[in-house]
Each structure stands twice: as structure tokens, then as C-alpha cells.
Design a protein around this ligand. Structure first.
Ligand SMILES: NC(=O)c1ccc[n+]([C@@H]2O[C@H](COP(=O)([O-])OP(=O)(O)OC[C@H]3O[C@@H](n4cnc5c(N)ncnc54)[C@H](O)[C@@H]3O)[C@@H](O)[C@H]2O)c1
Length: 312
């Protein structure tokens, strides 16, 4: 795809993080954007920025679990914008919790947002996308759709499912007008962990209280004190890649028709470590993440400053 100019793009989860910056960067490049999310205030913020680029836009307060609304969406967008060229299935949530402690309704909630919505959007929009030249369906999985960590079963299950579905669809759709992409972000500094529905986690370490890291051990600050859920969410946001940069990487991948779009050196390194060390990669995850930071001095500085509680 050479350009996004005069395209019409739908972005789910556009009130925050990568979805927000996908919408802004698409508008900057001259695309009409249809932004949807459950967070109306966040959507309005995104819309305000989009309006400054003089492109068409629509704001939809939409829960991606609502199958009926998704079925009606293509005709609504075509009525308002004339066509639909790009669909970014980006909305997502996370529940860091042990499987044995998780309520069934939480399991379904996460899968309905992260995975089932993508099936419903794909089913509703693909017939319309396939009618035109240069169209694309972009589904966001995660590096956690390739590697696994403890206390994250439902997130991994949903993201592995997105990957399996999308990578099979890529093969099925080869040669068609519609590009299919699967996105694998690493650690991106968004609100996803701030808004996480934390559940009871199963500790591999000395205590069952507080927040556990990717290796199943309690997260502690530099003074050896346990980190709260709220603090863990804020630290996650502040230490990750700038979501604007992440959105630009995704859009570059779509232009180049890269089927698998890895976002961040950490994502690429974790994928590699999974292939080289399938049984033990997660035990050296902290080292892999540290290695990733060495390639990104700006983020390394941010992480060090966060650890010693200084502003970067
Ligand atoms: N941040 C990361 O490190 C990271 C890493 C890998 C993958 N991802 C994936 O990237 C995608 C974007 O996440 P982000 O990091 O920008 O997070 P974010 O929390 O900043 O944005 C996610 C958006 O999805 C919206 N959303 C949640 N439930 C919804 C629903 N039912 N209907 C409509 N919208 C809903 C939220 O309101 C939010 O605006 C997600 O699919 C996430 O799983 C993120």
C-alpha cells in the first residue's frame, strides 16, 4: 500500500495508547478515520487532535463485544464515508491473574474483547474490504501471542488465538486485494496495565501478596519494598516504548505489506529466545528485556530513573 491518503480507516480502542496514535497518524497522512472505544472522554480527546488535520472523522462509543453493532457497522461507515479501506482490530485488555483463581466471567470478558471481537469484525468487514484495491485488515496480537508467562493464561490464550486466526487467514487470502497483518507489540508505554483487572496471582516466590513479575516472583522497588497494583500499572506505562512511535512502526509495516509486524526490539528478541530456548526462555526474560533496553538508550534511562524515583 503506497499511501493512506484518501483512505477510510476504522480503529478500535482509539481512546488510548496505540489505537489513539494509529488514528492520529492516519489522519496526519490524509485518511478519514472512524474511531471507536468504550471510553467516550478518551475518544473525544483523540477526535480533537484528528480534527486539526482537516480529514473526515466519526466517533463511535462502541463496546467491541457487541456483535449486532459490529454487523451493522460497515453499512454505517460506507453511508458516512463512502467506503472502508482499513480495519485496525486494536482494542484489548489484560487480566494478570492465576487461572485457578479466575472467575469464568473474567475469562470470557477478556476473550470476548481480545479475540472474539476480532472474529466478528473480520466476518463483517472482509467482504467489503475485498471489493476494493489496496485494503487491509490489521489484527493486534502481542509478543504474548508467541511466548508465555505465569499468571496470564487468559491474555496468552486470547493473543495466541488472534495469532493463529490471523496467520491462517494471511495464507488463505494470499493473492487477494486485501492485505492481512498480525501485529506483535513488545512493551509499549500505554494505559493497558493501569486499567488491568488484577486477580489473585499464584506466587513462585516467598509470598502470595502483592504484584508478581513476568517470572512469577514478587515485584519490588529499589528499597526492596513490594509494588502495588496501581504503581505497577504506572511503571509499566512510563517505562514502555512511546505509543506514537509504536503506531508509526505498525503503519510502516502496513505500507510495506509486512505480514508479521514486530513492534520493538524486545518483541524481536523475545520471539528469537522462544525459538532458540523453547523450554527455558521465560526464566531469562529479565535478561532478554534488559538486552532490549541496551538497544534503546532513551528507554534505559527512563527505566533507571523510574527505579530511583526520578522524573526523566
Ligand atoms: N501495551 C503493550 O505493551 C502491549 C503489548 C502487546 C500487545 N498490546 C495490545 O495492543 C492493543 C492496544 O493496547 P494498548 O497497549 O494501546 O492499551 P490501552 O489500554 O492504552 O488501549 C486499549 C483501548 O482499548 C479500549 N477497550 C477496552 N475494552 C474495550 C471494549 N470492550 N470495547 C471497545 N474498546 C475497548 C480501552 O478503552 C482502551 O482505550 C491491545 O490489543 C493490547 O493487548 C499491548
Amino acid at each position: 500500500m503506497r499511501t493512506f491518503k484518501n483512505k477510510v480507516a476504522l480503529i478500535t480502542g482509539a481512546a488510548s495508547g496505540m489505537g489513539k496514535y494509529l488514528a492520529i497518524n492516519l489522519a496526519k497522512e490524509g485518511a478519514d478515520v472512524v474511531i471507536c472505544d468504550v471510553n467516550e472522554d478518551g475518544l473525544k480527546e483523540t477526535e480533537k487532535i484528528i480534527k486539526s488535520y482537516n480529514v473526515g472523522s466519526s466517533l463511535l462509543v462502541l463496546d467491541v463485544r457487541n456483535k449486532k453493532e459490529i454487523e451493522e457497522l460497515p453499512s454505517k461507515i460506507i453511508e458516512n464515508h463512502g467506503k472502508i479501506d482499513l480495519v485496525f482490530n486494536n482494542a484489548g485488555v489484560v487480566i494478570p491473574a492465576g487461572f485457578l483463581n479466575m472467575k469464568e466471567e473474567d475469562w470470557d470478558w477478556c476473550n470476548d474483547i481480545n479475540y472474539n471481537s476480532i472474529i466478528n469484525f473480520s466476518r463483517s468487514f472482509l467482504p467489503h474490504l475485498m471489493k476494493d484495491e489496496e485494503t487491509a485488515l490489521i489484527n493486534t496480537s502481542s509478543i504474548f501471542g508467541i511466548i508465555t508467562t505465569p499468571n496470564n493464561t487468559v491474555y496468552h490464550a486470547s493473543k495466541f488465538a488472534v495469532r493463529g486466526f490471523t496467520e491462517s487467514l494471511i495464507k488463505e487470502m494470499e493473492g487477494s486485494n486485501t492485505q492481512i497483518h498480525c501485529v506483535y507489540p513488545g512493551h509499549i508505554g500505554t494505559n493497558i496495565a493501569v486499567n488491568a483487572k488484577f486477580g489473585n496471582q499464584i506466587s513462585k516466590g516467598e509470598s502470595k501478596d502483592g504484584i508478581l513479575g513476568l517470572n512469577g516472583e514478587p515485584i519490588k522497588d529499589i528499597k526492596g519494598e513490594r509494588v502495588s497494583e496501581e504503581e505497577a500499572g504506572v511503571r509499566f506505562r512510563d517505562a514502555g516504548m512511546d505509543p506514537d512511535k509504536a503506531a508509526k512502526i505498525i503503519l510502516r509495516g502496513v505500507k510495506k505489506n509486512k505480514k508479521r509486524i514486530f513492534v520493538g526490539i524486545d518483541s524481536k528478541l523475545m520471539e528469537l529466545s522462544q525459538r532458540l530456548l523453547p523450554d527455558s526462555y521465560w526464566k531469562i526474560m529479565s535478561f532478554t528485556l534488559f538486552l532490549g533496553l541496551l538497544f534503546s538508550p532513551h528507554r534505559l534511562k527512563k527505566v533507571i530513573n523510574l527505579a530511583i524515583n526520578k522524573k526523566s
